[in-house]
Design a protein around this ligand. Structure first.
Ligand code: NAD
Length: 328
């Protein structure tokens, strides 16, 4: 049987990926600094360990055929654009990738999946919110707007170099804003869709929510099940990438807020405040993945947001009930 390791399995996408791999019949070892916070893991083994530690990595890759490397020191704009975590983000994620490739290759791993990011794309191509350019070849000349993006670009190259020099197969995907239930929704590392759902869930009807910037910046968002489907298609293919995995349904952040309010049935005022923003516009370009893998998202943004809002609202209610109980 194909024995699989998922690094970052205690996280959002890794957690969903483990479920999918188990449904497909794989034997799965999961590795993460922490167990999954929101759902029990169906992995055959769950190793709680630090993948910056070479001894831990040498241990978890033993007997493994395929590695999915999703572990990274990351978060939403509030985490990666504040500048306060740059050294940790670069050091921690690069060390995980260096260890995974080095010890994985030595242990006889045949295939690696690496989760890169849309954050590798040059800032100079993403100034016009209506016409961002994120086709795969536009990555160079490189000019990511965050150190998180620079580390991802370095690691993409590292995986491709191991493929050239060490006779292993790699698959590299550039994720564009993946969202859904069972992901970080509070605490400072959450990303825009989860943060928006939380703000709307917390607000009283007729009240107010805060949005960083003027809300005119554009993004696209991909539901996590679609992301996992695309990962599996890439792994089953002969194509190494790098390739975008994202949605082309671009929306402004104000539009996203409105959509979540509609789903929640709440009418709220938006107050724009200063905050870390990232590029002015970003959208996935799916021409390459469509041509090579015949893949495109199957459902509209609204559908995924409905499921995400329902889950975040439940979490928020449970948390408020707990703090009320604690206060009484
Ligand atoms: P996540 O933060 O939920 O998961 C990452 C996991 O890595 C966490 O559970 C964390 O504990 C683990 N980790 C971090 N440092 C570790 C260490 N030293 N040892 C062991 N585990 C460690 O993030 P996610 O949203 O599931 O993202 C998964 C991957 O996809 C990441 O590499 C991320 O950079 C990439 N990505 C995600 C998005 C997105 O929109 N979610 C977009 C682009 C790229």
């Amino acid at each position: 049987m194909n024995r699989v390791l998922v690094n970052g399995a205690g996280g959002f996408i890794g957690g969903h990926l483990v479920k999918r791999l188990k449904r497909e019949g794989f034997w799965v070892r999961a590795a993460d600094l922490k167990r999954h916070e929101y759902a029990p893991s169906p992995a055959d083994e769950f190793v709680v360990g630090d993948l910056r530690d070479p001894d831990v990595v040498a241990e978890v890759v033993r007997g493994i055929d395929t590695v999915y490397q999703l572990a990274a020191d990351m978060g939403g704009a509030g985490y990666i654009f504040s500048g306060e975590h740059d050294a940790d983000v670069m050091h921690n994620s690069a060390t995980i990738n260096l260890n995974t490739l080095e010890y994985g290759t030595r242990a006889g791993v045949r295939r690696f999946f690496y989760s890169s990011s849309a954050c590798i794309y040059p800032e100079y191509n993403q100034r016009d919110p209506d016409n961002p350019k994120c086709s795969e070849e536009s990555a160079y000349p490189a000019a990511p707007d965050s150190e998180y993006g620079w580390e991802k670009l370095f690691s993409e190259r590292l995986y491709l170099a191991y493929q050239r020099n060490y006779n292993v197969e790699v698959r590299v995907a550039r994720f564009h804003n993946i969202f859904g239930p069972e992901g970080t929704w509070t605490g400072g590392k959450e990303k825009a869709p989860a943060a928006m759902c939380r703000k709307v869930a917390e607000a009283m009807d007729g009240g107010e929510i805060e949005i960083w910037g003027d809300g005119q910046q554009t993004r696209s968002f991909l539901y996590v099940d679609e992301c996992v489907e695309a990962i599996q298609r890439l792994m089953a293919s002969e194509f190494s990438g790098p390739v975008n995995i994202g949605s082309q349904e671009m929306i402004t952040i104000n539009g996203l807020a409105q959509l979540v309010m509609d789903i929640a049935g709440k009418d709220l005022r938006i107050r724009h405040i200063p905050g870390p923003l990232g590029v002015r516009g970003r959208n996935s370009d799916n021409q390459l993945i469509s041509a090579r893998l015949g893949w495109a998202p199957s459902r509209p943004l609204r559908e995924g947001l409905e499921k995400t809002y329902e889950w975040v609202a439940e979490q928020q209610e449970a948390l408020s009930a707990m703090s009320l109980a604690g206060a009484s």
